[in-house]
Design a protein around this ligand. Structure first.
Ligand code: SOE
Length: 385
């Protein structure tokens, strides 16, 4: 491996850009002994691919992902394509002995995710799934507050993930709008947005035991991107909400929609515990609200912690002076940097395929409950090994 890890990036859309930027920045802001090398990017449209490669500094381009995986000089396969391609690429990459970084959700469903998990268990190499919100400094601080026991027993986890970009019924589906196509995405907001809230819930609170869900499709037919004169049936969930019981006795409520007018990327949660509460909203991502019941009662109240002190807050020692906040792209820079630390220190990095598989099980249980109207019990779904 030397001092470099050679990356083969499959896909050059929104996430391809986020990951490319993260590879370029990770070693400039965080000290690493291993550096990512942007070796080859793979996609179908050669003109777009060339422009992408030139802009981000990828050394070579390739049109067939199989050929990227066959290359002995590639150490890491980074999967940034629609969900329906994750399984085939990840399994082939695992069989070829590669490390894998995969965009979320891990797969279209838990059956596929299970196959991918078994492939990486077999290959034994480091892997990571990009649930990037764990790497927001305020969210990492929330994790620290919980782990230090400052909230005491957790009673409630209340999550909402709201967007509004699919309200227009003329918005086409398929092609670049693959998130609206159930064949490509697997599900709608459940896999795309709720998976983030579930990943955070499993990380911050613990395992979910049972749940009951409701989903809704508000626009039932959409024009196809490749031929707007054709209206096609929409099979994804535009909105989904569920009520959950955690193994540790906490109660969870989760809501997600792409039909919340004015909400662009409101990934928010609140935790209420015996000794305090914390609240986070990604649209105000440089802050964490904290209520400390054990503070002096004359001054007690929700405090808006400004998460930007280098000597106190996660990741911030590597960035700017206090008051100069961070943004969306930093979550990916932190993810790639943490992955490199995992390699350098030979330790398991989370969330990996194991964690993302658990999230996928919850997503499947949510969709099953929404379809049947019954409670889903997760204990029967979690594999014993
Ligand atoms: C959907 O609009 C989307 O891009 C998700 O796919 C991302 O995971 C989320 O972080 C932002 O919104």
């Amino acid at each position: 491996m030397g001092n470099f890890v050679n990356i083969g990036l499959i896909g050059y859309g929104f996430m391809g850009r986020a990951h490319s930027n993260a590879y370029l920045q990770a070693c400039k802001f965080f000290p690493h002994t291993i550096e990512p090398r942007l070796r080859v990017v793979c996609g179908r449209d050669q003109k777009k691919l060339d422009d992408f490669a030139e802009n981000w500094g990828w050394e070579e381009t390739e049109n067939d992902w199989h050929r990227v995986i066959e290359r002995p000089d590639i150490d890491i396969i980074d999967i940034c394509v629609p969900n329906d391609m994750h399984k085939e690429i990840a399994v082939a990459a695992a069989e070829a002995g590669k490390m894998i970084i995969c965009e979320k959700p891990l797969a279209k469903d838990a059956t596929e995710a299970r196959i991918m998990l078994e492939a990486v268990r077999e290959n034994g190499k480091p892997n990571m799934v990009c649930f990037n919100y764990r790497r927001v400094p305020a969210v990492a601080l929330a994790k620290r507050i919980i782990d230090e026991g400052r909230l005491g027993r957790i009673f409630h986890y209340r999550a909402k993930y709201l967007q509004d970009w699919t309200i227009n019924s003329n918005l086409p589906m398929g092609g670049s709008q693959w998130r609206l196509d159930a064949q490509a995405a697997g599900s709608g907001v459940t896999g795309d947005l709720l998976s983030h809230s579930i990943d955070l819930a499993l990380w911050l609170v613990g395992r979910i035991q049972r749940l009951t869900a409701m989903k809704k499709t508000f626009v039932n037919n959409r024009p196809l991107e490749r031929d707007p004169s054709v209206l096609s049936r929409v099979e994804i969930d535009d909105a989904c909400a569920f009520l959950a019981g955690f193994e540790n006795g906490a109660m969870g409520t989760f809501e997600s929609t792409r039909f919340a007018r004015g909400r662009k990327n409101q990934n928010a949660f609140e935790l209420n515990g015996e000794f305090g509460s914390i609240a986070f909203d990604f649209e105000d991502m440089n802050f964490l609200e904290y209520y400390d019941y054990r503070a002096d009662s004359s001054y007690r109240g929700f405090t808006k912690i400004q998460v930007w002190d280098g000597d106190k807050h996660p990741y911030m020692g590597h960035w700017w002076v206090p008051g100069c906040g961070l943004g969306y792209e930093h979550t990916f820079i932190h993810a790639m940097s943490d992955f490199l630390y995992g390699l350098e220190q030979d330790r398991k990095l989370c969330p990996d395929f194991e964690d993302a598989y658990q999230t996928q099980l919850v997503c499947d249980a949510v969709l099953a409950s929404a379809a049947s109207g019954e409670w889903s019990n997760l204990q029967v779904l979690v594999p014993s090994n």
